[in-house]
Design a protein around this ligand. Structure first.
Ligand SMILES: Cc1ncc(COP(=O)(O)O)c(C=O)c1O
Length: 386
């Protein structure tokens, strides 16, 4: 059994999360967890360190077979190992896709509020971004979001690529089969490439299940690039290794050519971690992690309901990210600034997620129960002073 209540001191590492703010600030922002990676990954990395040579390495056929086998084991999705392309990360993975699918005339469609890095692509690549904001609903203090189909259909006509975030960061939504089929149909009808960022697909809360979009039909698979990685699930994002699964040969060749042009070589440590993570050796750890994160999610939801009047939030089905709405609380200006100044808690500023993010924050609950409670206590006290 892993004791997720014990988290190491990360201030003595190079952690972005723990070093960006002064020591009296509790960081609950960037999406990595405070837990050590599972034992089998650490053992494999120790072994590599004992070997001592960190030369150039490559994604071997065996690694691609491991990735393909995991898709089969988890979802019954049968892909050929050659459909797997190693990438340095998922952000670079979707940026490469935008380079091959978008032009200054045909931009990239996203569903806001959505992961901040999605919003960087337009300037990095020099393409327009098309927003199809999700419609927010409020029931008591619980938020939910749904797709605005009319807007989606209008925007898709101007797009070269649709970047789907499923499960969704920061909203924690797992889109239904019906929604996925409809989004895919509209994209295919309009000749728009679908890039499905499924980095959070194994971070399922409760007993939720997940199906990769491209598994839904061979036709959808032909029009889709699926992006997955062990990095969020097994907490090894600093090792930078992800995978694009591309079943269509022509599309894959164009993608691989761009990956090669950009010299996107994956680090040897990233390859080792990915092989171990996807081999199944860490699955019992993952089961325990999901249970722990579900407990943290439930605690967050209950805590907010009981202690933070007028604060609304989502109940995420996946991820370790909460999405909280402070628009009814009387905070003047950005709640991110408010909590940084008054609670000494660093969360993620809602505005960086695009339209619909103003007045909201994203809170990372991928930490010990104790630190989560400490952060929420600080926030509660700051709200009381309003
Ligand atoms: C939806 C999503 N995609 C991609 C990433 C980051 O991917 P990488 O670190 O592999 O570039 C994150 C990290 O939070 C994310 O939430």
């Amino acid at each position: 059994m892993t004791n997720f209540d014990i988290v190491p001191n990360r201030r003595n590492s190079n952690s972005i999360k723990w070093l960006r703010y002064p020591k009296d600030v509790l960081p609950m922002w960037v999406a990595d967890m405070d837990f050590p990676a599972p034992k089998p990954i650490l053992t494999a990395l120790h072994k590599a360190a004992d070997h001592g040579v960190f030369g150039y390495e490559m994604p071997t056929p065996a690694l691609k077979e491991t990735v393909a086998a995991r898709m089969d084991n988890l979802y019954g999705w049968k892909i050929k190992p050659e459909a797997v392309v190693a990438v340095t990360g998922i952000v670079s993975g979707f940026s490469v896709a935008a380079r091959i699918a978008c032009t200054p005339e045909r931009g990239m469609l996203v569903q806001t509020p959505v992961y901040n890095e999605f919003h960087e692509v337009k300037n990095n690549i020099g393409i327009p971004q098309l927003d199809a904001p999700l419609i927010k609903h409020v029931d008591g203090n619980i938020l939910s979001y749904e797709i605005d189909w009319d807007n989606f259909e209008t925007q898709v006509k101007k797009a070269g690529m649709f970047l789907l975030c499923n499960p969704h960061n920061p909203l924690g939504i797992i889109f239904s089969r019906k929604e996925l089929l409809k989004m895919a149909k509209i994209c295919i009808q309009n000749n728009v490439l679908i890039v499905s960022d499924e980095i959070h697909s194994e971070l399922l809360l409760d007993g939720n299940s997940f199906t990769p979009l491209a598994k839904l039909s061979a036709e959808i698979a032909r029009h889709t690039i699926t992006l997955i990685a062990p990095s969020k699930t097994f907490n090894v994002p600093g090792l930078f290794c992800g995978f694009a699964i591309i079943t269509d040969k022509d599309l894959r060749e164009r993608y691989e050519q761009e990956v090669n042009h950009l010299r996107m070589h994956v680090s040897s440590a990233g390859l080792i971690a990915a092989e171990t993570a996807f081999s199944g050796q860490c699955d019992s750890w993952l089961k325990e992690l999901r249970h722990y994160l579900t407990g943290n999610r439930d605690f967050l939801v209950e805590y907010v309901a009981e202690n933070m009047p007028n604060v609304r939030l989502t109940i995420p089905d996946a991820t370790y990210l909460g999405w909280l709405d402070f628009t009814q609380t009387g905070i003047v200006g950005s709640p991110y600034e408010f909590f940084l100044q008054n609670a000494k808690v660093a969360v993620s500023e809602g505005r960086i997620f695009g339209e619909g993010g103003e007045g909201h924050i994203r809170l990372n609950f991928g930490t010990s129960h104790k630190l989560l409670e400490q952060g929420l206590e600080r926030m509660r006290k700051a709200l009381r002073s309003l």
